[in-house]
Design a protein around this ligand. Structure first.
Ligand SMILES: *Cc1c(COP(=O)(O)O)cnc(C)c1O
Length: 384
């Protein structure tokens, strides 16, 4: 008998998003910071692949103070959730996007005199004030006004009748690898801020630290906000992070199923290019996931997955829809068994850091690489 038409087809490869863990993480990060520090939740790139609407709604509930997204399209999608939440756009706007600032009540990042003129014109055309955060380049060499020129740009913003300076910020280029350089960036920022006449830091958002920088966040300083992306999803930016003391939990896990199990004789070459030759008579499982789902091809012959709680190495190349793993030493594997690509299974765990290393990438990119084919399944239990 066939299943009723309205039932979704069974899951072959899916991501589970634990929204209760997300909420616990936000509260833990908050608790580890001085009470006056405001929480800027970074939810760009579909909330790092976790799903913008579900993630942002839960972060609103948990008490985020401001949301940061990459662009106008993401900001508009977030604004559909409701009015009132401050939203900051981190990337530069295209001129054709300027009018959306007023229409959707968005704050823009400003790095240049040209942007000041454009956004002032957009505010004037709409008959309302537009909030801006001035970004200062302290050595990242990407967005922001060069720190020496920041006071001049700030004066232009303050003189523009339809602009309101809502924040000043910078971005660290190597918070993980180079604490001395990061400290220098912090000093340059504070010097520039100090030279911005007419700005009271207590009246605006003053922010620099992302997940990686948090641990070096000075206690008494004009900084009064942090921009948290990766850490709220329970992922440490680097293994030796002092933030390991903040016991965040992974929000994301990645799952698939065994589609076929079979025995192959020693010497058989596996998958395209036959890059792995079986050294022994083997039992292999063919998984229902490949690079078409976000299991990177770079994990060929390197990655591992969990089946029945045991680690099973990837054999040969990852292909678009299938991946072959060795289950010779795992008794009882059958078609339909769950395979965990990232997450826990019984006593074992593959962290997103390990998964990313096995594919020569970083957790940020791993999360952004989970494709549209992969349904996100939300676990919404309160769990607080
Ligand atoms: C993405 C981003 C962040 C968040 O960084 P995480 O390392 O994920 O915490 C912070 N600030 C800016 C400007 C960003 O683009």
């Amino acid at each position: 008998m066939s299943p009723p038409r309205h039932q979704p087809t069974p899951l072959r490869c899916w991501a589970e998003i634990d929204l209760a863990a997300l909420e616990r993480n936000l509260r833990l990060i908050r608790a580890s910071l001085p009470a006056h520090i405001r929480y800027v939740a970074v939810v760009k790139a579909d909330a790092y692949g976790h799903g913008l609407h579900q993630t942002a709604a839960r972060l609103m509930h948990a008490g985020a103070d401001l949301f940061a997204v990459a662009n106008v399209t993401e900001a508009a999608a977030l604004r559909e959730l409701g009015p009132g939440w401050p939203i900051l756009i981190l990337s530069p706007l295209l001129p054709a996007e300027d009018s959306y600032l007023a229409e959707y009540d968005l704050a823009a990042t400003v790095s240049s005199v040209e942007e000041v003129a454009r956004f002032e014109a957009a505010g004037q055309a709409a008959g309302r004030t537009i909030a801006v955060h001035m970004k200062i380049d302290t050595g990242m060499g990407r967005l922001g006004v060069w720190h020496a020129d920041a006071p001049g740009l700030c004066a232009q913003i303050l003189a523009a009748p339809h602009l309101k300076l809502a924040g000043v910020f910078t971005h660290f280029s190597s918070p993980d690898e180079d604490p001395a350089f990061t400290a220098g960036q912090r000093r340059l920022f504070l010097t520039a801020l100090d030279r911005c006449a007419g700005v009271n830091p207590a009246d605006i958002f003053v922010h620099a630290d992302n997940s990686s920088g948090l641990e070096s966040m000075p206690g008494s300083s004009p900084f009064n906000a942090v921009r948290v992306g990766l850490l709220q999803f329970g992922i440490l930016p680097h293994p030796n992070s002092m933030l390991a003391q903040v016991h965040t939990e992974p929000v994301f896990s990645f799952h698939t199923r065994v589609g076929l199990v079979k025995n192959l004789p020693a010497g058989t070459g596996i998958s395209y290019g036959r890059t792995h030759l079986l050294r022994r008579d083997s039992r292999v499982a063919i998984l229902c996931a490949g690079y078409g789902d976000g299991l990177p091809r770079a994990a060929s012959n390197r990655g591992q997955v969990l089946i029945r709680g045991q680690r099973c190495p990837v054999l040969g190349r990852v292909t678009m829809d299938q991946t072959v793993v060795d289950v010779t030493d795992v008794p009882g594997v059958i078609c339909g068994d769950e395979a965990v690509l990232v997450g826990r299974q019984l006593e074992n765990e593959i962290s997103i850091a390990e998964f990313s290393r096995s594919a020569d990438t970083i957790p940020w990119e791993t999360l952004c690489s989970v494709t549209k084919r992969v349904p996100r399944v939300y676990r919404t239990a309160l769990g607080i």
